[in-house]
Design a protein around this ligand. Structure first.
Ligand SMILES: *[C@@H]1O[C@H](CO)[C@@H](O)[C@H](O)[C@H]1NC(C)=O
Ligand SMILES: *[C@@H]1O[C@H](CO)[C@@H](O)[C@H](O)[C@H]1NC(C)=O
Length: 234
């Protein structure tokens, strides 16, 4: 059955893949999105007490953390600075809803676009995390190479990325109010090539551990990476 353009809900999504060398520097004059006040790293040290969140923020956070928990990944915190960044980037695309255009900023970035505003934050997160079916958990790689618009993994791997600690999301109506563009920003960013999404980085908490244990941990990570590279799995 042919649906007219306006009956069809068009959902297009794009992930931002980072590679080691592609980390944008906010002081870089080539950074297409230099929001000095927004991209500088002022490190907010969040504690685990409940933040007062809008229902939208709470829904994004809960839907992300639910999926992370299933993978044994630590929960994200909501970050207003990231939410402002995401909102500002969404608003930059107010005329064209261009979800494929990424901000080039220092954060991980998931985008989502649909015609008309119908999805809830939890549904947007689910579109991203449904990509889990495309991800080969034993090989730690996407089943599709190259990824296509029908088969992606990058949104999912950013949501669950073990090293990501904070998220903030924004959205805007765009294209003459015909569409909605959602942007979520992640810090630290995920989707580093050839890294295990499910690896939780070692972070000294409270007390600085003896140097020896840091060295031992690094050695262990190195060994794991080597084993992976040689195809024996982990
Ligand atoms: C945690 O942070 C909140 C606000 O972000 C603050 O009100 C609260 O006092 C902090 N709690 C602790 C134990 O530091
Ligand atoms: C978009 O933003 C509005 C206003 O903050 C919010 O009520 C709504 O839940 C958001 N929608 C999505 C899909 O993020």
């Amino acid at each position: 059955m042919a649906l007219s353009k306006y009956q069809t809900l068009v959902v297009l999504i794009v992930a931002r893949f980072l590679i080691f060398s592609a980390q944008a520097n906010s002081n870089d004059p080539n950074n297409p999105f230099p929001f000095p006040g927004l991209v500088n790293h002022h490190h907010h040290h969040h504690n685990n007490t409940q933040q007062k969140l809008s229902s939208e923020a709470a829904e994004y956070l809960a839907s992300h953390n639910q999926v992370r928990q299933m993978k044994g990944m630590p929960p994200l915190q909501w970050d207003e600075k990231l939410a402002k960044y995401a909102q500002a980037w969404a608003e930059q695309r107010i005329d064209d809803c261009d979800h494929k255009h990424h901000s080039g900023g220092p954060y991980g970035e998931n985008t989502y676009w649909e015609e008309y505003d119908e999805s809830t934050p939890a549904e947007v997160t689910r579109v991203w995390t449904d990509e889990e079916q495309n991800y080969d958990q034993s090989r730690l790689e996407c089943k599709c190479k190259p990824e296509t618009s029908q088969c992606m993994c990058g949104h999912y791997t950013q949501v669950v990325w073990g090293g990501t600690e904070r998220v903030g999301c924004g959205n805007t109506t765009c294209n003459d109010e015909q569409g909605v563009l959602v942007v979520c920003s992640y810090d630290p960013p995920g989707n580093y090539e050839n890294e295990n999404p499910f690896e939780i980085p070692y972070k000294p908490v409270l007390l600085r551990p003896p140097r020896a244990s840091v060295a031992a941990h690094k050695k262990r990570l190195h060994r794991q990476r080597r084993i992976r590279r040689h195809g024996r799995g982990i």
